[in-house]
Design a protein around this ligand. Structure first.
Ligand code: 2AM
Ligand code: CA
Ligand code: CA
Ligand code: CA
Length: 261
């Protein structure tokens, strides 16, 4: 069996196990802690799920490295990233939704070999939908292939962002993009926003300061399905750093970089 297929079978099994645990935890009180500010939260489930997935990855793939949010992963140098197999793991993307809504959060994994994306998984647990893809094999929702994205401009679709970007009064480009689009949507999960774009439900998602584990799974699915992921200036995102990020159709990405420059 090819390495991507071996990983695919295991990842799907592990995500199912994570989903069962998370659903069970929602029957009880969550232990919520504040991180950098009042709306930056972590729960015991973020930590537990990350710890368990890190253990499983290490057990089956002891030579691989892991970049993850809650501190159980590895320090990965640029040289490591270019030469080794690196997993990106966000145990719960959309923790604020997890705590306040009990929905609109996802468990996310992506695997890159020598810096190149091989496969990614974004599991919308509440809605029982696993969005996944393997390089050159298209993107699926559970067992259904998703149609390729249409290359629509901003004025033919919905623009997605987050509250920090939309409420930034230091800049005018957010208002300009908002006016040009048919409407604005915000879910509060970078991963599920990448899924909306991949499905063709939006034409762009823009956010400040996304971390490697926020970007890597969505980047893979968006690009695999015909979209583009860049920084605000149009340069490629750096998966070892925090990035101001545009995920969009090729045409909307060009419009947005022009408005942002
Ligand atoms: P998280 O829930 O895994 O922290 C919310 O707009 C989106 O941005 C979520 O995907 C969230 O991921 C991500 N994000 C990245 N950095 C964040 C931060 N410092 N505070 C809150 N959300 C952050
Ligand atoms: Ca977080
Ligand atoms: Ca995240
Ligand atoms: Ca997270």
């Amino acid at each position: 069996m090819q390495m991507t297929e071996k990983r695919d079978v295991l990842i799907k099994e592990w995500l199912k196990e994570a989903a069962t645990e998370i659903k069970e935890a929602l029957q009880h009180d969550l232990e919520v802690e504040v991180k950098s500010r009042a709306n930056d939260l972590v729960t015991q489930m973020d930590r537990k799920i990350e710890k368990e997935l890190v253990q499983k990855i290490n057990q089956h793939f002891p030579n691989d490295l892991i970049i993850s949010e809650e501190g159980f992963g590895d320090h990965v140098s640029r040289e490591d990233f270019e030469q080794q197999t690196v997993w990106f793991l966000d145990p719960i993307d959309g923790t604020l939704n997890f705590v306040l809504q009990n929905e609109n959060y996802a468990v996310m994994l992506a695997v890159y070999e020598k810096g190149i994306g091989k496969q990614a998984y974004i599991y919308d647990i509440t809605h029982n939908k696993l969005y996944w893809g393997i390089k050159d094999n298209g993107v699926y929702c559970n067992d259904q292939p998703l149609p390729k994205m249409k290359d629509l401009p901003l004025d033919k679709g919905l623009f997605a962002s987050n509250s920090m970007f939309l409420s930034d009064q230091q800049v005018s480009f957010n208002a300009e993009i908002t006016k040009r689009a048919m409407g604005v949507r915000t879910i509060g999960s970078a991963g599920l926003e990448s899924v909306e774009l991949t499905k063709g439900s939006t034409v762009a998602y823009v956010s400040y300061g996304l971390k490697p584990w926020d970007i890597a799974p969505g980047l893979f699915l968006v690009e695999e399905n015909g979209g583009v992921v860049t920084q605000f200036d149009g340069s490629r995102v750096d998966l070892l750093n925090t990035n101001p990020t545009i995920m969009a159709t090729p045409t909307a990405q060009k419009e947005i970089t022009k408005l942002l420059s």
